[in-house]
Design a protein around this ligand. Structure first.
Ligand code: ZN
Length: 279
């Protein structure tokens, strides 16, 4: 699936990996097709014509009812308008675009959202009620869709390839952890991530994701205590000493999310912009 193959995940649920300009090592974003005949497409992401053509081919013989966006990031929404346009141009009724209000707000002027989705809303796909859950943390308007039977269209909450970036610009580690916990507590069994193959044993995996973030926070807290006053770059070189320096710029963004979390929990203090100390 990560290399662009078509995969049937469950009856009426298929995934088509489309090549996108996403964050390495991922190279594709999964478009999720819900419904056999009257179809909802989640995250038609590719900005490139050949990949968009593959999605249109996959939809041949179906009715495209709506497009759902899990969140506003470019590698998830870049194909939405083109898909709606192409569908309408071929003589069909234009599909409506659905997203969370925070996503709609961030896409304003670029991509019109026709219907707003919020926690608890139900998207009916050929009689299957997919419940919308608001899962902020990676992006403020992030939503996942749950079929009530353990299958979750998980967007960028988890990844089958690469890792999930929590950028404090529009993400929040505390929200992300709460969102992961919520998914686990509602009985997630299989997760369809936006990048990489379907992930089984969801509950254990979500627990691992949460534990991993707490472990990273503990590492950062320990390094901060040891270093005294420091900037984020110094902390990155410390915490990510074993990791290729090529990823340090991204790691710095990630670490800032941990520092903000520690700040909120009384474990760190920003003395002046970019200068941090343990407390
Ligand atoms: Zn994203």
């Amino acid at each position: 699936m990560t290399e662009g193959a078509w995969v049937d995940v469950a009856p009426g649920v298929a995934v088509l990996g489309l090549r996108t300009p996403t964050l390495p090592p991922a190279t594709h974003t999964n478009a999720v097709l819900l419904g056999r005949h009257v179809t909802t497409v989640v995250d038609p992401a590719s900005p490139w014509d050949d990949e968009r053509g593959r999605l249109l081919d996959a939809l041949r013989g179906r009715a495209l009812e709506r497009i759902v966006l899990t969140h506003h990031h470019h590698d998830h929404v870049a194909g939405a308008i083109a898909l709606a346009d192409a569908w309408e141009a071929s003589g069909h009724r234009r599909p409506s675009v659905w997203a969370h209000p925070s996503t709609a707000e961030r896409l304003e002027g670029r991509l019109p959202v026709d219907a707003l989705l919020d926690a608890g809303d139900v998207v009916d796909v050929e009689g299957v009620p997919w419940t919308v859950r608001h899962t902020p943390g990676h992006a403020p308007g992030h939503v996942v869709l749950e079929d009530g039977d353990g299958l979750v269209v998980a967007g960028d909450m988890v990844a089958g390839v690469g890792t999930i970036l929590i950028d404090p610009e529009d993400g929040d580690l505390g929200d992300y952890l709460d969102s992961l916990q919520g998914m686990a507590s509602r009985g997630a069994a299989r997760l369809i991530p936006s990048h990489g193959p379907v992930l089984e044993h969801a509950e254990a995996l979500l627990g691992f994701y949460i534990a991993h973030r707490h472990q990273r926070t503990a590492q950062a807290a320990e390094a901060l205590r040891r270093r005294g006053e420091t900037d984020v770059a110094g902390l990155v070189a410390d915490v990510y000493a074993q990791v290729d320096p090529a990823v340090w710029p991204i790691a710095a963004v990630q670490l800032l999310a941990h520092l903000r979390w520690m700040e909120r929990h009384g474990l760190a203090r920003e003395l002046s912009p970019g200068r941090w100390i343990s407390r």
